[in-house]
Write a protein of this length. Sequence first.
Lengths: 356, 381, 157
Amino acid sequence: MFTGENIIQIVSGFLHWAYAQVGISALAGAIDPVITAIVMFGFISVFVMFLVWMERKVSAHMQSRIGPNRVGPFGLLQTVADAIKLTTKEDVKPVNRDKIPYFIAPIVAFVATFMGMVVIPFDKGMVVQDLNVGILYIIAITGFTVIAILTAGWSSNNKFALLGGFRSAAQIISYEVPLVLSVVPIIMITGTLSLSGIVEYQQQAGYWFIFPQIVAFIIFITSATAEANRAPFDIPEAESELIGGFHTEYSGVKFAMFFLGEYIAVVVSSAVAVTLFLGGWLPVAFLGFLHLPGFIWFLIKLVSVIYLVMAFRWTFPRLRVDQLMDFGWKVLIPLSILNILITASVWLLLYGKGAQ
Amino acid sequence: MTDLLLSQVKVGGESQFGTDEYVVNLGPQHPATHGVLRLIVKLDGETVKETVPVLGYLHRSIEKICENRTYPQCITYTDRIDYVSAMSVNYAFALATEKLMNIEAPARAQWLRMIFIELQRLASHLLWMGAFAGDIGALTPFLYGLRERERILDLFEMTCGQRLTYNYIRIGGVMIDILPDFVSKCIAFLDYFEPKIDEYEDLLTYNPIFLERTKGVGVISPEMGINAGVCGPSLRGSGIACDVRKQQPYLYYDQVKFAECIETAGDCWSRYKVRMREMRESVSIIRQSLERLEPGPIEAKMPPVLKAPLNSEIYSRIESSRGEMGVYLVGDGTAKPWKAKFRCASFSNLYVLDQLTKGWKVADIMAVLGSLDMIVPEVDR
Amino acid sequence: MTNEELKSKIEVDFKNDIQTVIISAQKEAIVTVSPEHYVALCQKLCEEKEYFFNHLSSLTAIDFPKENKITVVSHLWSYKHFHQLTIKVVADRSNPKVATLENIWKSANWFEREVFDLYGVVFEGHSDLRRIMMPDDYKKFPLRKDFADDGFIVKPS
């Protein structure tokens, strides 16, 4: 069967044959991760471009428009055209910027979110590095974006950018807490921090965690949307209030990096949601006869979750900053703590001590 | 202005780090100000301490231009006063001139004017709804609003050839008669449009985030509203009956049945709700007017050169899409007005912005500004 | 009240304050008031129950260079009684000064700023008398009849 593991074996077999031909077999241990990273980068870039196109089509559909339809079939190459435009465009920089942070901020924003992809298991064994603290790693690394955004807001020397940066800091710190707390019940049940381990637990248990943990799923999706600065939580870049928020003064490639960073953040958080709550690469039970490879299942689920996040954006108005904080601290955090308590109690009642 | 920009507030005198007020310049180029309005906002963190509107970026002195034009020529300029609701302003000027010169437009022209003014009200409210939702962060209703507005503009284009500045309502009548299939097309549009209002309301009215953002925000109390000169739908949101169509009927508004839409809370949501309900009333007015439309002349008999009597003056008011629209004309016996004054709803509505936003957050400025239905060319003229 | 009733009532009530009260050819009641009684009259018109002109609909000015006067015109409306009244007060054109109505109707604030900006009428007691349309450092008054700016054609043919 054509599964993720098979593909990895075939590819690595080919690579090692190629190394032997060139005579660098001794360096395989060093080159393998590099090639994986490059492949990963390419895949994610293409996927994100597809997502940008998809977002435009989704929004067009919801707004009864047509959307991009000129470049390529169904406008699929529109994003490529946009990317070319952005990269070839003049990089307008404010004169009184803080030069080094201004330069570093978009890179940090892009890289930090991108590095989250490292531990996402697309299929059994199809993962760049299966860390045993995968969840911790993802939460830590995506938290980096707040530094990038704050730096961008500060170094642009623009009042709107600074306001956006501060809003973003307040928002991401507030929503980091429910995000982590919503994951805790799953860690309690499975007893592992590894993402592959969690999927394997779901395989053995025979159910996805969305069913016992629907509350946690909702909290997770909400907080992840807020983490990625997506509407209705897009107050750091609220265009009707702060023009562009923290990226007001960025243009060209740097803007593109923020823009792609936002989409990658959506991909990462949706991928984590799929892994934790929707059974990762596991097939949908009643569609099991299709015998699709695991990573196809994963991508199908991923795109569905992303569609959900996109639908939020084009339906809801934006929350005000104090309402956002209220919602985070007064609703989501108590709810997620309650969820932990209930999960723990039920688990204890069902399985007694030493359930694991 | 300088003292405002330079003013500083020191907190915690002993600390070597003082805290300054954060003075932000919203506009004149800003997505939320719907044109070239400039707001100087003093912030304490996210909290607004003062909002100072700076006007005049679109000041074209239309009143001065009108003094140098003949009365029929002025109509063209009135289009530019409120380009989102040009028919209303056309009519406001035509009404004042007709009263000044004792001209009575024929019945068909009056009914046509009513139809077009109410269609214009629909178009204006649709654009407002989209812009208001956009200010709050919901981008989708804007497209929905424009979708229906296009069809109204098609009706206008079919009749007078223009889509934005019509110059259709003239002194003593209208420019040209409607085409034979206008009535059927208009009814078809109304049949299509009425269910769409429910669609907008489904999307927005009771959306929890929308309620959070608009309920209780920017409350205009009735006393303050009247005293500060707020008018039109914005004042009706505070529970004051102030519809000029009811209080000082012009055209044939006393012959059609429609309700004056009044909400009592005075917040942004009430103002939103008033306008949504007004759309339904406008549809009903248009339907009644289309039934009453009878063949006849569309222009009154007038002298070739329109001259106002010496020392004559008139102040006439209509209910434009944004509220009370007053035109003050002084005649001096020649073909040009000695003085023309346009009293615009946006101008007086904008005055309360500072009071409404004090103590609220930055985002509320946009909500309040949007809910007041302000349009910059009307403010600056 | 109809305009005729308004006229006769004002004639009786404010005999000493007003200069003239007429019904114009366009059937509007127009009161001309002497400057010293201007604010007191407006105060009474706003507050007394029978008049109750709670809405200052418009406030503007007319320039008469030949008579050397600027007339400040305000239009009142009552949301309760549905009647309209025009109040005129005459100011000297070379040094126009009129008392402010801001303490009666807040809406007068911006109307008066506009008149100050475009006609140069100084409203005494106004809380914030700055230019509103023109730039702060502008020297001329555009709506005066003798206004001519560089590049502005006064009378196009």
